[in-house]
Write a protein that binds this ligand. Structure first.
Ligand SMILES: [Fe+2]
Ligand SMILES: [Fe+2]
Length: 314
């Protein structure tokens, strides 16, 4: 009966659980700050999965073959599934899914800035899979060890699927690179547009990331933004070489002393501007989500009427 314990004992139990590297579960008492931080992070992540369906969903009807269409459909459906696991994880902390959706479509909660960029050619589908899902994997693999149990477990399955997404993107690009000169140009042009926004996916530099220290102490986060960004850069360069593309950064070079690649400065003004709502597709993405929510109202009403009827006849 933990509910009858005084608050300092509960707090001690919470701290000790984190200290021992064990998981916090929905039945456990948590400090209000932890609960709020987790809900915010999980909701932002869920929103990113759902909004992230749009840029690629845009190409389903125009995929160049039945095979590509089937792959893309499966990928976009996976993202919907990721959103659902995550909304469910947030619900275990007391969040209400309808309320989270309201906050998303009213601009009160954020989603990843990357999904505010347009997918202009079919090469973008490959580059999004390769770089955007690749960056997501870098961010999310350590979250499989996040201190909140339902989030950590959701992340294990999500990461397996993200790994499929990344490979399908790379395979698509490999196929295009073996095609015509025009196709190779399309790939390079898409890489040029997505490289910098992909680096922004890791969030602001550590010096400018006020929540990092607390999230690391709670073991919600295992590595800082800059560490993960560096890992992504180091991982992506040999892949770009294998593909035969370059990244649009003249400062990119191996630093033997550090044992890492050096890279140029990210344009953080652009990042902040996109987060503020001024990216190329912010308004379009949110309007589309709002429309889907309104169009689905009758389904939700019918489902709850059905559930109520079943409940009363039982
Ligand atoms: Fe996903
Ligand atoms: Fe994905």
């Amino acid at each position: 009966m933990t509910a009858t314990l005084p608050e300092e004992d509960l707090e001690q139990h919470f701290e000790a659980t984190i200290e021992r590297d064990q998981r916090i579960e929905p039945r456990d008492w948590v400090p209000e700050g932890y609960r709020k931080t987790m809900i915010r992070q999980i909701a932002q992540h869920a929103h990113s999965e759902i909004i992230g369906m749009q840029p690629e969903g845009n190409w389903i009807t125009r995929a160049p073959s039945l095979r590509r269409k089937a792959i893309l459909l499966a990928k976009v459906q996976d993202e919907a599934g990721h959103g659902l696991y995550l909304y469910s994880a947030a619900a275990t902390l007391g969040a209400d899914r309808a309320d989270l959706t309201d906050k998303l479509i009213n601009g009160k909660q954020k989603y990843s800035s990357i999904f505010n960029y347009p997918t202009l050619t079919f090469a973008d589908v490959g580059v999004v899979g390769w770089l955007v899902d690749g960056a997501a994997i870098c961010n999310q693999v350590p979250l499989c060890r996040s201190s909140y149990g339902p989030y950590a477990r959701a992340m294990i399955r999500i990461c397996k699927e993200e790994s499929f997404h990344q490979r399908q993107g790379f395979e698509l690009l490999m196929t295009m690179m073996r095609g015509t000169e025009k196709q190779r140009e399309m790939v390079q042009e898409a890489v040029n547009r997505w490289w910098w926004p992909s680096l922004m996916m890791f969030g602001p530099p550590d010096a400018d990331s006020p929540n990092t220290a607390q999230s690391m102490a709670w073991k919600v986060k295992r590595h800082t933004n800059d560490e993960l960004r560096q890992r992504f850069v180091d991982m992506s360069i040999p892949q770009a070489e294998a593909l035969g593309v370059t990244f649009p950064d003249p400062d990119l070079k191996w630093n033997a002393e550090r044992g890492h690649y050096d890279f140029g400065a990210v344009d953080w003004d652009e990042f902040k501007n996109v987060l503020k709502g001024n990216g190329p597709c912010n308004a379009q993405r949110v309007a589309h989500r709002r429309r889907a929510q309104e169009d689905g109202a009758w389904v939700r009403e019918a489902a709850s009427a059905h559930a109520a009827k079943k409940g009363s006849s039982a």
